[in-house]
Design a protein around this ligand. Structure first.
Ligand code: NDP
Length: 493
């Protein structure tokens, strides 16, 4: 495939089942739009009931082959996929930019790269999966073996389409499962290409299938009796629906959901470092990152010093063409999402909070796309709607605080618990606060560093289970106990 540009149109996208693309029996199509202009890139065929059943049956056949293959061979196939992905990095990054509107400076250095890293990590883990033995001297022994679950379903959000597809499939496949992946309707372009790459790398047919379509396809998969497990990345409300639907067949679920994460900056912090972290982790991907630190608590002693450079720093961010390597702020994923974010911008403007910087897109060249300018409000209070709810756009709130106990209580006063950070030069305090913050990932004097070996996931309503890291195999395997007797069974009755 040639590297796509902002003007590319693509052939109709179909589901990928059993090693190849298949036409849909549903007769329904939807359009994939380029978020910077909202022009149609291509049509996408919505998978019908026949494709859903075909994908599950194919995955069950694929599972029978894959789960009995030596781990070394599975590992080699995953590593071949990694090599192909890395060789095609720029092409995949451009496709991701066209699909999501995310700037090329990010997709070419982050999205594809970190996806490949996770596949490489789990290719190694695949060879380390082993069981345990317990001896019962004079009687027998038991071996506990770790077995895959079967057909797993991955359902992706639109903000990191290819990375999510790689993260979910890497873990599932390394453990010997098959996966059916449903990308978000708004970002359908990359999942099929990943399936092609897996096939080229030698993955048996059916081990990674892709079904295109909207929430109906996701829901049918979650309810399907032939599916053993579901992993969703999405909103909290979707997580609740998926968990309820999965209960019908008692499927295991992994849920990677939303957040409203705090960054806590103490008076003794390196303020420049904290500000760098706050700006990046509010405006990267135009704010469309689940783990962003959108509630920035700053202690009063450094409060004004923290705020002072913000307006100039934010004004300097280049907004515009996502394919321009200099661009820092691209469009939001859709017009509907832009309208939602703009509603929160208005709520912030009317809230009484101090506006540090905000504004409307005036460039007529950008008006056809889903652009929103980054905004920062200070003197926010904990109860303001844009401070409590996930905006998923470039809106940062700064809140003053006085004491350690106070800030811990306020930072934790949210139903979310995805990520958090504390900035302080006091080692003991930084660790005390990190221990007290209710979040799945907490950084001290940093934000967002997340190599493949570290677990990621949420506390409270930000999720269930973990992805990445060696321990996540617990969520994609089950332990079977096999007891072997070394003595005859005694007569009892
Ligand atoms: P949504 O919850 O709207 O959708 C996520 C996926 O679920 C989509 O593929 C969607 O299909 C599908 N879906 C929707 N309803 C159902 C259902 N009832 N049953 C099965 N599948 C369903 O999330 P967004 O795509 O809007 O993504 C943004 C959200 O994702 C934010 O809340 C963000 O915080 C979160 N997120 C969490 C991450 C984490 O790791 N914790 C990482 C990235 C994002 P369709 O889109 O086709 O309707």
């Amino acid at each position: 495939m040639a590297i796509v540009t902002a003007d590319s149109t693509l052939p109709t996208v179909q589901s990928y089942i059993d090693g190849g693309y298949v036409p849909s029996t549903s007769d329904e199509k939807f359009a994939a739009l380029y978020p910077a202009t909202n022009r149609t890139i291509c049509d996408v065929e919505q998978a019908g009931a026949a494709e859903i059943d075909a994908a599950v049956e194919s995955a069950q056949r694929g599972f029978a082959v894959w789960s009995t293959m030596p781990a070394l061979e599975r590992s080699r196939i995953l590593l071949r996929a990694v090599a192909i992905i890395r060789a095609r990095n720029d092409e995949l990054a451009a496709l991701e930019t066209l699909d999501t509107g995310k700037v090329i400076g990010e997709t070419s250095t982050e999205d594809v790269v970190t996806g490949a890293d996770v596949i490489e990590f789990y290719a190694g883990v695949a060879q380390t999966l082993h069981g345990e033995t317990i001896d019962f001297p004079g009687h027998g022994f038991a071996r506990m073996k770790r077995e895959p679950l079967g057909v797993c379903v991955g359902i992706g959000a639109w903000n990191y389409p290819i990375q999510i597809a790689m993260w979910k499939s890497a873990l599932a496949l390394a453990c010997g499962n098959a996966m059916i992946f449903k990308p978000a309707e708004m970002t359908p372009l990359s999942a099929g290409v990943l399936a092609e790459i897996y096939t080229e790398a030698g993955l048996p047919d059916g081990v990674f299938n892709v079904l295109q379509g909207d929430a109906r396809v996701g829901q049918a998969l979650v309810r399907h009796a032939g599916v053993a497990k579901v992993s969703l990345t999405g909103e909290v409300s979707t997580g609740k629906s998926v968990m309820a639907d999965a209960a019908g067949t008692l499927k295991a679920v992994t849920l990677e959901l939303g957040g409203k994460s705090p960054i806590v900056v103490f008076d003794d912090a390196d303020v420049d470092s904290a500000l760098n972290a706050a700006l990046t982790n509010n405006f990267y991907s135009t704010g469309q990152v689940c783990s962003n630190g959108t509630r920035v608590f700053v202690q009063r002693g450094v409060y004004e010093r923290f705020l002072e450079p913000i307006a100039e720093r934010v004004r300097a961010l280049k907004v515009g063409d996502p394919f321009d390597p200099e661009t820092m702020i691209g469009p939001l994923v859709s017009a509907e999402h832009r309208d939602k974010v703009m509603r929160y911008m208005k709520i912030a403007e009317d809230s009484g909070a101090r506006q540090i910087i905000a504004g409307n897109v005036e460039d007529p060249g950008l008006a056809v796309g889903n652009y929103v300018l980054p905004a920062v409000y200070a003197d926010c209070t904990d109860d303001m709607e844009f401070v409590t709810e996930e905006v998923f756009g470039p809106l940062m709130s700064v809140l003053p605080f006085d004491t350690e106990d106070e800030v811990v209580e306020r930072a934790n006063a949210t139903p979310y618990g995805l990520s958090a950070a504390v900035f302080s030069s006091d080692f003991a305090r930084a660790n005390r606060v990190a221990n007290a913050l209710q979040a799945g990932s907490v950084w001290i004097n940093d934000y967002g560093t997340l190599p493949a070996s570290l677990p990621f996931g949420g506390y409270k309503q930000s999720g269930v289970g973990r992805e990445n890291g060696a321990n996540a195999i617990e969520h994609y395997t089950q332990v079977k106990m096999i007891y072997s007797s070394l003595v005859p069974v005694e007569k009892y009755m």
